[in-house]
Design a binder for this molecule. Structure first.
Ligand SMILES: NC(=O)c1ccc[n+]([C@@H]2O[C@H](COP(=O)([O-])OP(=O)(O)OC[C@H]3O[C@@H](n4cnc5c(N)ncnc54)[C@H](OP(=O)(O)O)[C@@H]3O)[C@@H](O)[C@H]2O)c1
Length: 310
């Protein structure tokens, strides 16, 4: 149901960003077959503004294709100060989704996620809230994000018991962060749940972006979630080696990094970010590469050696 490459609006679509650029990326994405757009209540900055941008783009034409799109949003991280502005109570999840629908100007989302597990609210309450949301018509399907294997199993058991249409787990997965291989992919597979891999390019590290320093305007230069400390000499050396493998295979590092994730049939889609249409185009080449330039066993083992620091 999802395209191999989906687009996320965590960065580059906030009120601090250039609206025309955001709009052109979204239209371009849809024209190129990206039918899935992923948001969350708090994406911006400022929190909420990515949903406002997206709603404006829908209003300015993209919304004519509403039935050809899968739109998702989430709640669970801090959204407002004061009571009920965070985590996974029924109160928070329902209030937050109502706000998201208003910001985007849509009547329903296709997927609503609980963004992260809540250590205090009983999981039964969060899952019952997801069920209520579907029954009320505000979401077609539900998903969870950032749940560890045992938490995901419990969530899926409850959702299955409630007969809630749960279809997806959204988890960080890239060459530098492979925690999902340690049990999560087995659990999702067992329950027939898809996995969408977020930050598949490690926020840009697994591209040519930082091969020659930290460019102005890049995510790392902006002092947000991707800190310069993440680019250690050791990591850069690995990125350079991976880039050499990609070049030899006749592809970009970004393309190879996405292809590496999609080598596993249990991963449904890679959820990329992009600050330009050109970046998105580079990332979309993976769709053809999957068929025409598959990773061989030798390629995979060479990549493995680099990732293991050999
Ligand atoms: N569920 C969760 O907790 C969670 C958490 C994080 C993200 N997400 C979702 O996952 C989505 C993607 O995350 P992400 O933005 O971290 O993904 P990513 O694809 O790993 O990183 C995207 C960034 O990498 C750079 N980039 C992308 N393609 C490039 C290319 N071809 N060449 C050079 N640089 C390139 C751009 O950074 P520059 O700005 O430097 O150009 C872009 O903004 C988010 O939008 C969100 O929807 C979910």
């Amino acid at each position: 149901m999802l395209p191999k490459v989906s687009l996320g609006l965590w960065h580059n679509f906030g009120s601090v960003d250039v609206y025309e650029n955001a709009k052109s990326i979204l239209f371009h994405a849809f024209d190129r077959g990206v039918t899935h757009f992923d948001l969350a209540n708090n994406y911006g900055p400022v929190p909420g503004s990515a949903e406002i941008t997206f709603g404006r783009v829908l209003k300015e034409g993209l919304g004519a294709h509403r039935d050809e799109m899968v739109i998702s949003t989430k709640a669970g991280y801090i959204m407002w100060d004061g009571p009920y502005g965070v985590w996974g109570s029924r109160k928070h999840l329902i209030a937050s989704l109502d706000q998201s629908l208003k910001r985007m100007g849509v009547e329903y989302v296709d997927i609503f996620y609980h963004h992260r597990p809540d250590p205090e609210t009983p999981i039964e309450e969060s899952m019952a809230a997801l069920d209520q949301i579907v029954r009320s018509g505000k979401a077609l399907y539900v998903g969870i994000s950032n749940y560890k294997p045992a938490e995901a199993r419990r969530a899926f058991e409850i959702l299955r018991e409630q007969k809630t249409p749960f279809i997806i787990h959204q988890a960080r997965y890239n060459m530098f962060d492979r925690w999902v291989e340690d049990g999560l992919l087995d659990v999702t597979n067992e329950f027939g749940v898809g996995v969408i891999a977020f930050s598949p390019l490690a926020q840009g590290l697994l591209t040519n972006r930082y091969l020659n320093g930290i460019p102005e305007g890049s995510r790392m230069s902006k002092g947000g979630f991707l800190k310069p400390e993440a680019l250690t000499d050791e990591k850069l050396a690995r990125i350079i080696k991976l880039n050499e493998i990609a070049t030899r295979r006749g592809q970009t590092l970004a393309e190879m990094a996405l292809q590496w994730i999609l080598r596993d049939q249990r991963v449904t889609s890679v959820l990329v970010g992009a600050s330009s249409t050109a970046q998105l185009d580079t990332n979309l080449t993976v769709v053809e590469a999957l068929e025409k330039n598959p990773l061989s066993a030798a390629d995979l083992s060479e990549i493995e050696s680099v990732l293991n620091g050999k």
